[in-house]
Write a protein that binds this ligand. Sequence first.
Ligand code: HEC
Length: 182
Amino acid sequence: MKKRLIMALLMAGFLLTGATVYAAPFGNPDDVAYAETLWNVLVKFKLAGRGMINSVPYTGQDPHGAILESLDRNITVNGHTGAVIVKRNYGGKDVSKAAVANNPAKYLMAVTVMFKRERGYDPENKDWFWAKFKPDGSLDANPKGMKLAGRVAKGMPQGCIACHKAAQGGDYVFGHDRFVDK
Ligand code: HEC
């Protein structure tokens, strides 16, 4: 009898833990798998990885890095076509626009990405999928170890969504308003 009770408690605990993990708005196994596919598409279109297309680096602002590069286009991920914005974040000793232009790989710190997902993915936040990759395509994580992919960090006072909410046009994009109401 006691054994059964313990088993039941263990099961309930397992289910609850599972539910909690999956209830997080980002960093779930699904988000991580999606980010992996997204990265592969970015590499295919030379937006990331070795052989990536370069543009003219510009002076950035916190928290993205001293020098930035930004590229966007439409891509298809798992059958869904949407706009993607790739921001390359450069930093390190002696970083400058010229230094980055001459040797991007040396100064690349992170690749932050916004991808417009299917309608209804995150209607309160314009359906953006957020991801922060390291230069090798693996995902960065927050101090709690949650991978930065998905609705980052929905409902929290800091993070991609909380900060990008302030962007003009209500589209969560600072650089332009080309994706307003799309
Ligand atoms: C504290 C505020 C803040 C946070 C947090 C933040 N960003 Fe940004 N982000 C900005 C600003 C400001 C810009 C415009 C910077 C520029 O291009 O000079 C920007 C630009 C971008 C862009 C280019 C599109 C645009 O809006 O112009 C992408 C993509 C991006 N951020 C992704 C992310 C991701 C992914 C995260 C979370 C991992 C994140 N950002 C967290 C402030 C923030």
